[in-house]
Ligand binder design. Sequence first.
Ligand SMILES: C[S@@+](CC[C@H](N)C(=O)[O-])C[C@H]1O[C@@H](n2cnc3c(N)ncnc32)[C@H](O)[C@@H]1O
Length: 311
Amino acid sequence: MVAISDPLEEGLRDTQWLGESLGALDASTFSSRSLEFEAGVMHERGSLIEVWRDDQARIMLKQLLFDGMFAHDPVIAESFCETISRASHENKTDKELYTELRVLVKDSILSGFIKEAFENDEIERVQRRALQLADELHPPARLVDVGSGDARIAGLLAVHWKKNQTEVIALDVEDRPNRSDQVEFRKIEDGAIPTDLKADAALLLMVLHHESQPEKLLGEVFEMLEPGGMALIRETDLGDSSDELFHAALDNLYYKVLNDLPGVPIPAMYRSLEEWGKLAVESGFRVEKVVSPEPDSPVKPFHMLLRKPDV
Ligand SMILES: C[S@@+](CC[C@H](N)C(=O)[O-])C[C@H]1O[C@@H](n2cnc3c(N)ncnc32)[C@H](O)[C@@H]1O
């Protein structure tokens, strides 16, 4: 990781507002894909080979590889696409394809460039997210990043709000390496956020979709917050079945090929913006704002700012 003083001040402002309030929210049906057989080869839910055969999902994957992850080097994006395309034509299994992609990432002549491109993308992603969040939240007295991962986003916020003396705590169910010396990392030991932990702001960034009972975790965050406290959720807005296939395949690409984050259940249970909003309201929150921070991304991320009512 490169040394950065306060990257949040350095630009990257691409936040776009969708609207001030969601108002009434309707639940929409969440269709979940099951295992499928195709030409005798069983593909997992979220197979990259299935993505390649789905016109809409393939376009989204190419956009992500060429314009996002490997934007610095189209040759690498091309190699990824060629490998997936060949596996699809040769009717390989997902396991065989992941092995080939891992060889590309770790052992091939391209491996150094791929590692660098992926790490650049990660650094940019972490900085961009921290900036977007700092734009949303007033400096709190205590911020708890629930499902913090390696605490890099929490760490950047701690640096950004240093003059406000914001205390930042990173919480995770897994013992993640803490990559910031600016935050305290705590592992959740008993399957739930400790009831004596209180905060006036909480983050839930790309966490809820990994939970089989997201309403339970939302309830714990609600309890942790002081009256009037804010929670900021980041999720992706799931649309049709091509979206769902694309997201599940991305999980496999991210966690089985590019990154090792043990303990994260995949593929995750993605939902639509309306469904997440409904869940938040049912947990007692008021939805204050919904933001589309990267409107051109095929991943369709959104931020939802929630408030625990004062009384
Ligand atoms: C996709 S990672 C997101 C990491 C980080 N928030 C980010 O945006 O880069 C999801 C993280 O949530 C954690 N997690 C999942 N369920 C959790 C729970 N109930 N409480 C705390 N952490 C949880 C996982 O261990 C994992 O580190």
